[in-house]
Design a protein around this ligand. Sequence first.
Ligand SMILES: O=C(CO)COP(=O)(O)O
Length: 140
Amino acid sequence: MNIALIAHDKKKDDMIRFVVAYKKIFEKHSLFATGTTGTKIQEATGLDVHRFCSGPLGGDQEIGAYIANNNMDMVFFFRDPLTAQPHEPDVTALLRLCDVYSVPLATNMGTGEVLIRGLEQGDIDWRNIVHGNTDRVTEI
Ligand SMILES: O=C(CO)COP(=O)(O)O
């Protein structure tokens, strides 16, 4: 599965702890992230993560394009609901695309726990049907 990992600054520590805790699951999948989040995950876990631009510089939109092209199966986007983001329209657009394409999305660690366990026990396997025989990007 292709998995996107994104965290606003005040949620980056949560994201690192989360990926460290579930490294054994994440390492079986292709990981994608916005720039700073991806760098921190790589440093903390040694996992291979494809990094897009930083969120405020277009990274959310790049991940949105993957979703629109059926190239992203799951999104972990740990948002900071208490801090205004300069790129709020991009954030909203990414969340919207998850809903448009029914891509499983966790916006906090609580839901993230459920989603990652669901992934491991096969609850997200229906995404393989959605893929069909389209040419999917699994790595760049
Ligand atoms: O701002 C972000 C998501 O909206 C995250 O971007 P970074 O991972 O580059 O900090």
